[in-house]
Design a protein around this ligand. Structure first.
Ligand code: FES
Ligand code: FE
Length: 448
């Protein structure tokens, strides 16, 4: 594994996270070249429904137009650039600018210009002043992505080997998963890559960072958790999924009860069986937790929570997704959603919501633990001296991948390694034209 043909990326300079020049380069080299998650189809089910979202520092309106087509429109008026839509979500046929009144339909076409003839003359062409937007918009099992890169590969190709794992979660029901409610939005005082790196494959931090909630039993009997944790080489897998994506899978050993389909209600099993292949069915039946990151900044997690009380009590699972959208080198907007299969009964939805809120939610015990560390990293690396150092990403550098059942990607039968993080940063370094020996990006003019 090498960066631009030079040497293995087993270290990464701290400036990659905390130098504002690096951050400015990311906005172009990473966020304008890749596919970015912008929302879910279940957030905008009917024509006119919209949500406003970040694509890095650009703001967009994600809207279903009158024909039912999902559009992604830059949320800035073509006249003088005023913000067009200030709401988080709503339903409208048109967006009217609050400055001079230019009005666009929900497909982004300019339809109304006050005093158009008097001000701009008879040759003014409204067709040339429609809203801007990313040239590529596509969906995968209800997840909406967009890209500013006209040369970006088709979304399903970009997702690569990660698509199979995403499908096991987001494609298992006959219809797209439903949101539990609007996303929570929080400003986090750290670099956007810190959260993405954690979700891409960091099993290493669990027993230190999260030992208190685990010992309190938020995932069930802590004695069973200990037993599973101590068998690190057996039920754990890290999957390098290409294009910077990674997935970490923690399965329940065969001698433990393995709730069918992560404990979802039995009435949902027939449709899950219909929509998943044999290996995906097996993956979801043996699952304790699966999480990953789609490069650059879309993370997902599927979690089983075993109850206290053994087989008599029902387990609960939930699906959680989040977006790490950069606001600055040390500030990240974190959007987070909970999802359930559409056929879930009300009591299961309530249990899943409760399980999410007490763990992987901004008010949950896991986020409280993680955010304490992540914000302290920003503070501890604010100084230029700290930024001269490098981070070690050599964990598991000698490991060889092995084929595992029908699972796609490079599958490593380990947990506490850094194979996924390394892959994420190799992709990042290639896009950034990162020079590891200098610890900075190369300038566009360098070498001329
Ligand atoms: Fe929108 Fe002038 S800035 S109409
Ligand atoms: Fe964590």
């Amino acid at each position: 594994m090498t960066v631009a043909g030079e040497r293995p990326l087993t270290t990464l300079g701290r400036r990659a996270f905390w130098d504002r020049d690096v951050y400015r380069a990311e906005l172009t080299r990473v966020f304008r070249t890749t596919w970015l998650f912008v929302g879910l189809e279940s957030e905008i089910p009917t024509p006119g429904d919209y949500v406003t979202r970040p694509m890095a520092e650009d703001r967009v309106i994600v809207v279903r137009d009158e024909e039912g087509v999902v559009r992604v429109l830059l949320n800035t008026c073509r006249h003088r650039g005023a913000q067009l839509c200030s709401a988080d979500a709503g339903n409208t046929s048109h967006f009217r600018c609050s400055y001079h009144g230019w009005t666009y339909n929900n497909a982004g076409d300019l339809r109304g210009v006050p005093e158009m003839r008097e001000v701009y003359g008879k040759d003014f062409d409204r067709g040339e002043h429609g809203l801007l937007g990313p040239p590529k918009v596509d969906t995968f099992h209800g997840l909406i992505f967009a890209s500013w890169n006209p040369e970006a590969p088709p979304l399903v190709d970009y997702l690569g080997d990660a698509a199979w794992y995403l499908e096991a979660i987001f494609g298992r029901a006959d219809q797209n998963l439903e949101i539990m409610g609007p996303p929570s939005r929080n400003m986090v005082g750290t670099n956007w890559k810190v959260g993405a790196e954690n979700y891409v494959g960091d099993g290493y931090h669990l027993s230190t960072t999260h030992q208190i909630p685990i010992r309190m039993g938020v995932f069930g009997d802590p004695r069973a958790m200990d037993d599973i944790e101590n068998r690190r080489a057996d039920p754990f897998h890290c999957v390098v999924a290409g294009n910077g994506h990674g997935v970490r899978v923690q399965q329940i050993p065969m001698e433990y009860p393995r709730p069918t389909f992560v404990g979802y209600p039995e009435q949902l099993w027939p449709e899950f069986e219909r929509n998943l292949d044999t290996d995906q069915r097996d993956l979801m039946t043996g699952l304790a937790v699966m999480h990953g990151n789609i490069f650059p900044n879309f993370s997902f997690i599927e979690v089983l929570q075993m109850p206290w009380g053994g087989a008599a009590a029902a387990p609960t699972a939930y699906t959680h997704i989040r977006l790490w959208s950069p606001l600055d080198v040390d500030r990240t907007e974190m959007l987070a959603w909970g999802l359930v299969p559409p056929g879930s009964p009300p009591e299961y939805r309530a249990a899943a919501r409760k399980a999410l809120i007490r763990t992987n939610h901004v008010s949950g015990s896991f986020d409280v633990d993680d955010l304490q560390n992540w914000t302290s990293m920003a503070e501890a690396n604010a100084g230029v001296t700290a930024q001269t150092d490098v981070f070690n990403y050599a964990g598991g550098a000698d490991l060889e991948p092995a084929s595992y059942r029908g699972w796609p990607g490079r599958v490593y039968g380990v947990d506490h390694s850094e194979v996924n993080q390394r892959h994420m940063y190799e992709t990042w370094a290639e896009l950034m034209d990162w020079d590891p020996s200098l610890g900075r990006v190369r300038d566009a003019t360098e070498g001329e």
